[in-house]
Design a protein around this ligand. Structure first.
Ligand code: ATP
Ligand code: MG
Length: 656
């Protein structure tokens, strides 16, 4: 089995002769005494921050990898026998486990997953042999839990825990009858006669190998990368799926800085990292080596040839054939956020070098919920923990599209900052979580007086995409709502934070129809900046009267829904924002009523229902997002909440 270890191709002596990377280094300077001192402090800081696993955990990982290696070897032998190959072939039959990702690079922390690749012979395929036969073997084992095959992914993967350690297992069948135990995966011949999926599966290992070969000093690279990954997590810019950067992207950015400063030590490399990337002129690509094309003909990143490659905002090119852009997920908005964070890091590193700040200042968490005045909240609802896992994974994978669509539909005037974390409402952890996005008007662009950002159509398009989920089950739902900073739900704040003016009122689920939110709630009106230095503020303001509120009810069963008997009133809640009684979305579950809500109730009950459409609806199939009714509300105000009273004690809330 191929394991991470002390295979460092490069020792720690000063690098003078060998050239690393595609340009000359920026500086060959080594550390001064002060750099060494700061390096010791940084090392201590990383240890104290718990970034290294214990010896026991490291041992356990090795044992687990050994076990998996034995399992796949046994699996291939069994298939070889069943397929009627000779005894000699059965004896020689082999599969090899390689590691890649953070474990292979030697930068994984406690509890990290292990990314593994199983390479098998030509006659052992992925669809049947890997995803059915091996899957069944694993499913039978006591040590294996949370087994989850993902055959349709861009890179097909089997996810599971083995003795509690998370494993991502890929499979590649190469064009050899016998896989040698010492197979060199960096050799281009492994790519002969294999399909694109196999190339992608082999790619992670080949990339990790190349990175370790292309940096001047592996240990310096590792410590710097550990530090930058931790920094990126604390600053909210570590997440491939949300459009920021993931492990391999950060590794490539750090590796390039190591090449540019071959004799620098980590304390220097961290500050050089920020210096380089605050000045980088994106979309110039970051590359560790030149892009090779060869006769195998797999497509490589080539913006002159491929128009799509020209659209990439932050190309970070993988160093193994076929070279690809590892960060195609980055959008204009996430790039902007990351560059802001690079500037922040750069300022702090300058202070650290002047002894005006400590390393801890660099890792101060980014306060996402303090940074904006307006947010979009995407609530994800499911009936149980399993459904939630699948459904929120789907929503999360599409969340990035919402930022792209909003920026597209507002011509980039409304900028989005997706938050990579999910927030779980701990009062119902299995059934509710939420994603958030900060919103601001593009800096330096003055909106016309009265101009609104109406993203209702955009949000509807996003919802439709979400609802195309192939494995949708009753109870799976999403709600998108516009929230102001003051209206953020308490569960987004760290433990112990208690807002004094919180209102929660949550509907009870009906037997047949559950009260769900309600229409689209996303018309923003720009207004003049209140403060000189805050030109990007955006606020909801009173707008035209008689707004229409759309009601959506999630129907959990088929049959007729009499909307008139379900909806008893619709009206404005009591209270201003200052009173903290605004609530703009509602979910199934228990009702939590506090004083302010009771006051709100009293007001809205006295309102009359002005108009009801679609009185009885035949519900043919359970649907999470049926549009059931709409109401014309006199003097409705954009940005405010309206309550929908339903039969029983159910309360829904519409948000204009
Ligand atoms: P982490 O510590 O977050 O697990 P990691 O480097 O292991 O960091 P993963 O997200 O687990 O990152 O991905 C594992 C590996 O899969 C990467 O190191 C890389 O080889 C491959 N990979 C993941 N995303 C991409 C991508 N966008 N392009 C190319 N390779 C990728
Ligand atoms: Mg990983």
């Amino acid at each position: 089995m191929k394991m991470v270890g002390s295979e460092s191709p490069n020792d720690s002596s000063p690098q003078l002769a060998k050239k690393y990377g595609i340009t000359k280094p920026i500086s060959l300077a080594g550390p001064a005494e002060a750099d060494r001192h700061r390096n010791m402090e940084l090392d201590k800081f990383l240890i104290d921050s718990g970034l290294y696993e214990s010896k026991e955990e490291a041992e356990r990982r090795k044992e687990v990898l050994d076990r998996i290696d034995q399992i796949v070897k046994g699996w291939v032998k069994q298939l070889t026998r069943q397929r009627g190959y000779t005894d000699q072939m059965v004896e020689d039959a082999n599969a090899v486990i390689f590691t890649f990702g953070s474990y292979r690079l030697g930068v994984h922390g406690p509890g990290a997953d292990i990314d593994t690749l199983c390479v098998g012979p030509s006659y052992v395929n992925r669809d049947e042999d890997f995803f059915v036969v091996l899957h069944n073997i694993l499913a039978e084992m006591e040590e294996v839990t949370e087994l989850q095959p993902v055959p349709d992914a861009h890179v097909p993967v089997m996810k599971f825990k083995f003795l509690g350690i998370s494993i991502d297992l890929l499979y590649a069948s190469i064009s050899l009858l016998v896989v040698p135990e010492d197979l060199d995966i960096s050799d281009g011949s492994v790519l002969y006669n294999v399909d694109e999926q196999t190339v992608r599966s082999l790619n992670g290992c080949r990339v990790a190998d190349q990175i370790l070969k292309l940096v001047p000093n592996v240990e310096h690279f590792r410590m710097t990368l550990r530090c930058l990954k931790f920094w990126a997590k604390m600053r909210g810019v570590y997440s491939n799926v949300t459009g920021f950067l993931g492990g391999v992207n950060w590794a490539l950015l750090v590796a390039r800085v190591c090449q540019l400063y071959p004799n620098a030590i980590p304390s220097m490399l961290v500050s050089r990292f920020f210096r380089v990337y605050t000045q980088w002129r994106w979309p110039n690509p970051v590359m560790l080596c030149s892009i090779e094309e060869n006769e195998l003909g797999f497509s490589v990143w080539h913006p002159r040839k491929n128009p799509r490659d020209r659209l990439h905002h932050m190309p970070i090119i993988t160093p193994a054939y076929p070279c690809m852009n590892s960060s195609y997920n980055v959008s204009g908005s996430t790039l902007r956020v990351m560059v802001e964070q690079f500037h922040h890091g750069h300022r702090i590193c300058e202070d650290i070098e002047l002894n005006k700040a400590q390393w801890s200042a660099l890792f101060e968490p980014y306060l996402f919920f303090e940074a904006y005045k307006n947010y979009l909240q995407v609530d994800v609802i499911a009936s149980d923990a399993d459904d939630m896992l699948a459904w929120k994974g789907w929503v999360e994978s599409r969340f990035r599209q919402l930022t792209l669509k909003i920026e597209r539909d507002t011509d980039g005037m409304l900028q989005c900052h997706p938050c990579p974390n999910e927030y779980v409402d701990m009062s119902k952890p299995c059934s509710h979580c939420a994603f958030f996005m900060g919103l601001q008007r593009k800096e330096g662009v003055r909106g016309q007086e009265g101009q609104q950002f109406d993203i209702r159509g955009t949000v509807d398009e996003f919802r439709q995409e979400i609802n195309m989920y192939m494995f949708w089950k009753p109870g799976m739902d999403i709600f998108v709502s516009h929230v102001r900073r003051k209206q953020l739900p308490a569960f987004v704040f760290p433990d112990g934070y208690k807002r004094s003016r919180v209102s929660r009122h949550i509907s009870q689920q009906a037997e047949k129809t559950c009260v769900d939110v309600v229409g689209c709630q996303s018309a923003f009106k720009e207004r003049r900046p209140k403060r000189k230095n805050d030109p990007a503020m955006m606020d909801a303001e009173p707008s035209n009267p008689n707004k229409r509120v759309s009601i959506r009810l999630g129907c959990l069963a088929t049959g007729d829904v009499d909307i008139n008997s379900e909806v008893r009133s619709c009206g404005k809640q009591l209270g201003s924002e200052e009173e903290g009684v605004k609530q703009n979305h509602v979910h199934n579950g228990e009702t939590v009523v506090d004083d302010s809500v009771s006051r709100a109730e009293q007001t809205f009950v006295s309102n009359k229902l002005p108009e009801v459409k679609n009185e009885v609806l035949a519900v043919e199939k359970p649907s999470p997002m049926e549009l059931l009714a709409s109401y014309e509300l006199p003097n409705a105000v954009t940005g405010e909440a309206y309550q929908i009273g339903l039969n029983g004690d159910k309360v829904g809330v519409a948000f204009m």
